[in-house]
Every structure is written in structure tokens, then in C-alpha cells.
Design a protein around this ligand. Structure first.
Ligand SMILES: Nc1ncnc2c1ncn2[C@@H]1O[C@H](COP(=O)(O)OP(=O)(O)OP(=O)(O)O)[C@@H](O)[C@H]1O
Length: 483
């Protein structure tokens, strides 16, 4: 057996291994865990099945994560649709993600709440691990904010209340999610919230989730788990994670729902962190007093004082005037806001200026019919080096560059120069820049919502955008060429 194959087998065994734990059985503390039979060996509620990928009819790609791909998949015999999370065993082993994958599997298995994505079963083959998740057909809350520009206070209240309801459950069983953000808040076809992505979860010492794998320490200085724009100031100062992390991220998410963008945004992670540490928070005029007050209290600098994490816990959070009228006991039977469906059209445009090298940054500005930035936190400081002073990023995404027999991850950056920069994230010295004037004529052809081709005088490049923004890339490029 080759070393790589052996590694793949290990990843599979590790994810499904009956785990020994010296923790008490969660069935004693958690009524939801009673359905799991706890004899000598532990049985997962979501079983490991003997299915193969051929048992499923695969549909669109919902999205691509750092070590997985999530695909809509209909089980051929039952007709039931799942979101199939597919992970490459060799990649997981190579990247040392085995214990994190197992953690996510064990945690999802024991979570039982209508506001959290459900894991139904797992299976594997020689190459991949598969998790069959509840399919969230309404997409990400992030896309609702992008499509609507910003949400009304009623809409934001509805979503925030459902997130609070799920977070209360998550915290009560002793878990810190650590990556709450609009991209990880998925929606059902009806429009109810489902918290997803437990890949960064941190179990607390006296939590109720059992059979946890041993994890590598992440408490090292200079590293943080989560997403730059939603990370609380104390985590940047290397304090250990607390429930207050998720409350801060909830505050950022509420702000983003109401305003259209996250409260601490800038052109690089470093600049975002400066804003977070300085708590450089500006409320738009149209926020109601209740919305301002709640956001302000969720974004308290002291994690222990954040509403919900403070001494009165969730009671204090739920009675905040912003939530007046919310029927907390019947929250999942309320009618959700109408979902904004995907359209080719885009509104608004935000530009993010490059740092000018003198320590000052210029602010963002709005103009022109060019698409909105996908997500400012996708602009990380690594890409800054490719911009000239004052140059603005119009669109940026990690895409797949498709070649004849293979594909590779690429960072595509469109700037207002206009210029298209294509960087291999694994080797940032490998960068190609394409001008877009008459001599360097560049054209773009969309072949599907996910795929597009870029033709330059010297080559044709095929890209796949898992977030289905092929039309947005075309509009943005052609918009700049017309200017
Ligand atoms: N149950 C689901 N139903 C529908 N779409 C989903 C579901 N789970 C995940 N997705 C989509 O698939 C994308 C990839 O999910 P995945 O969990 O692999 O990684 P991620 O959370 O985006 O990234 P990372 O692993 O880097 O944190 C998500 O952004 C989301 O849009």
C-alpha cells in the first residue's frame, strides 16, 4: 500500500472510529442524546452507511470550503435530497485536518435543534469521506443581504432571533461555534435559519458533547480561528475562546444585515484588525435606537459584558427592546421574510482602495454599475502586494482554473486599473497580470452560472466559480472595459 493510500484509510477510520472518552455519557445531561444507544461501544445517531456515490444523482455545487466541496445530491432510491459534503481523504491527511473532520462529525451527530443543519449519515470510498447534511435550499444569509442591499429591521429581527435561539442551544451544551457569519447561516427553502459549518467549533471543558477527539492546540499566539471581519478584539490579543466570541460575531452579523456590510471592513486583514481593536464602529443614521443599542451591547469590548454572554445570559438578550414582539417559544412557526432569488442583475458597487504605503488608507466609495464585492474578508493582505498604491479591487474570489486533465485553485482579482490578476494562492510568486486596453484585448464568455472563459491574445483560461458568480465576473469586466 502506498503511503498516501494508507493515509486515506486512516482518515476514514479516524472519522468513524468508536471513540473512548472519559467524559460522562451525554445522555445523562442531554435529553436529545437519549435516542443514541450507549452500550459499551458508542453508536452514532447518524450512521455510517455502506452507500456509494453512484447511489446519488448529483446536482449543483452549493459551495467549496477549505477542505471540502458541498454538492446537492438526490438519493436515487428514496428521492430525498441532501447536501453532500465531500472531503478528499489524502488532502485531509496531508493538511492535518483529520481530527477537525472527526470533531465536526461527532458534534453534528449530537446536535439536535431545528436551527442547526442536521447530519443524516456518512459513508466513504477509497478516495473520499461523505457527510449527508440537511439540504438548505435557500442558500446563505450572506446572499440575501447582497441581493437585497440591506435588510429591513423586521427581516433582521426575524433572522437574528432565530440565530439567538440556535446559539442559546449551542452554548447551553457547551460549544463555542467560532465562525458565526452570514456565510455560515444557511436558509431552508421556506427561509428559516440553519446554523452550519461546525469546522471551527470549540467544546468547553464542562460541555455535554461526548466522544470528542483529541485536538491540536489552537491557543498559540498569532493564530486565530474564524473569519477576520467577525473576530472579537480579545481573540486578537490571544485570549482563549469564550461564548462571547459568538455573541460578538452575532453583533457583526446584525450590523451587516441592517447596513449591507460588516462593521469592521477594510482592504486587508491587518487593517480590519486595527479597526476591531480600536472598536472603530460607526452606525448609519437609519439604524433605529433599539438596533444601535443592541448592536452596541453585543459588540462590548469586554466579552463577559456582551449581552447574552453576561451574567443574565440569554434572558437579558431576549428581552432587549429590539426583540420586542418576538414570540420566543414559537419562533420556528413564524413566517420568514420572503427570499430574494438570484438574478443576473446586480446593484451598487463598493471599491476598496489599496493601502498607499504611507500608513494611511482611503475609505471605500460607491459608484457605477459594477457588482458588489463578494465579501471583504475574502480580501486578505496577501493580495495587497499585487496592487499599486491607490488601486481599487472591484471583484476578488478564489476560483478553480480548469485545465485539460486537472484543475487548480486560483485567486482572481479584478481592479479598477483596469487589470485582471491571477495568482496561485499556493505560490504567490506565480502571478499573471492581464491588462484590458485595446492592445491587450481580453474577452469573457459565460458558459454556465459557475463557468466562464477568459480569452487574451495569448491564451484561453477556463474558470469555475463555485458561488455561481460567472455573470457577475462578466458584468464587472465588461463594465470596466466600457469606462
Ligand atoms: N447543508 C448545506 N446546504 C446547502 N449548502 C451548504 C450546506 N452546507 C454547506 N453549504 C454550502 O457549501 C459551502 C461550502 O461549505 P463547507 O462546509 O465545505 O465549507 P465552508 O464553511 O464554506 O468553508 P470552510 O471549510 O473553509 O470554513 C458553504 O459556503 C455553503 O454555502
Amino acid at each position: 500500500m502506498k503511503v498516501d493510500d494508507a493515509a486515506g484509510v486512516e482518515a476514514g477510520k479516524e472519522m468513524e472510529k468508536d471513540s473512548e472518552s472519559n467524559k460522562p455519557s451525554s445522555a445523562q445531561n442531554n435529553p436529545d442524546a437519549r435516542s443514541v444507544q450507549r452500550t459499551k461501544s458508542f453508536t452514532f445517531r447518524a450512521p455510517q452507511e455502506q452507500f456509494t456515490i453512484q447511489d446519488f444523482q448529483l446536482g449543483k455545487i452549493y459551495g467549496v470550503g477549505s477542505y471540502s466541496k458541498v454538492v446537492r445530491a438526490r438519493k436515487k432510491d428514496t428521492g430525498i435530497v441532501y447536501a453532500l459534503k465531500i472531503m478528499d481523504k489524502k488532502f485531509i491527511t496531508k493538511e492535518n485536518k483529520t481530527s477537525l473532520v472527526k470533531l465536526e462529525r461527532v458534534v453534528l451527530d449530537q446536535l439536535d435543534h431545528p436551527g442547526i443543519v442536521r447530519l443524516f449519515f456518512t459513508f466513504q470510498d477509497s478516495q473520499s469521506l461523505y457527510m449527508a447534511l440537511e439540504s438548505c435550499e435557500g442558500g446563505e444569509l450572506f446572499d440575501q443581504i447582497t441581493r437585497k442591499g440591506r435588510l429591513t429591521e423586521d427581516e433582521a429581527r426575524f433572522y437574528a432571533a432565530e440565530v439567538v435561539n440556535a446559539l442559546e442551544y449551542i452554548h447551553n451544551i457547551g460549544l463555542i461555534h467560532r465562525d458565526i457569519k452570514p456565510e455560515n447561516l444557511l436558509l431552508t427553502a421556506e427561509g428559516h435559519i440553519k446554523v452550519a459549518d461546525f469546522g471551527s467549533v470549540k467544546p468547553t471543558k464542562d460541555g455535554q458533547v461526548s466522544f470528542l477527539p483529541t485536538l491540536p492546540s489552537d491557543d498559540k499566539a498569532c493564530t486565530f480561528v474564524g473569519t477576520a471581519a467577525y473576530v472579537p478584539p480579545e481573540v486578537l490579543n490571544s485570549s482563549p475562546a469564550t461564548f462571547g466570541n459568538d455573541i460578538w460575531a452575532l453583533g457583526c452579523t446584525l450590523y451587516q444585515m441592517l447596513s449591507g456590510s460588516s462593521p469592521f471592513k477594510d482592504a486587508s486583514e491587518w487593517l480590519i484588525f486595527q479597526k476591531i481593536i480600536a472598536r472603530d464602529l460607526i452606525f448609519p443614521d437609519y439604524f433605529s435606537e433599539e438596533a444601535k443599542d443592541l448592536t452596541d451591547k453585543l459588540l462590548h469590548t469586554d466579552p463577559a459584558q456582551r449581552l447574552g454572554a453576561g451574567p443574565q445570559g440569554y434572558v437579558a438578550l431576549k428581552i432587549h427592546p429590539f426583540f420586542s414582539g418576538v414570540d420566543w417559544d414559537n419562533i420556528r412557526s413564524q413566517t420568514p421574510p420572503k427570499l430574494a432569488l438570484e438574478t443576473g442583475a446586480t446593484e451598487g458597487h463598493e471599491l476598496y482602495h489599496a493601502h498607499d504605503g504611507n500608513g494611511s488608507t482611503r475609505s471605500s466609495e460607491a459608484s457605477g454599475p459594477v457588482p458588489r464585492l463578494a465579501s471583504i474578508d475574502s480580501f486578505d493582505s496577501r493580495w495587497q502586494q499585487f496592487l499599486d498604491p491607490g488601486e481599487c479591487v472591484v471583484m476578488i474570489s478564489t476560483l478553480k482554473k480548469l485545465q485539460k486533465l486537472s484543475s487548480r485553485k486560483m485567486q482572481l482579482i479584478l481592479t479598477d486599473k483596469p487589470k485582471l490578476i491571477c495568482v496561485d494562492p499556493a505560490k504567490t510568486q506565480k502571478v499573471n497580470t492581464y491588462g484590458m486596453d485595446n492592445q491587450n484585448y481580453l474577452s469573457i464568455v459565460v458558459t454556465s452560472p459557475t463557468n466562464f472563459k477568459i480569452t487574451t491574445p495569448k491564451k484561453v483560461m477556463c474558470f469555475e466559480d463555485a458561488k455561481q458568480r460567472a455573470w457577475q465576473w462578466k458584468e464587472a469586466i465588461e463594465g470596466l472595459q466600457k469606462q
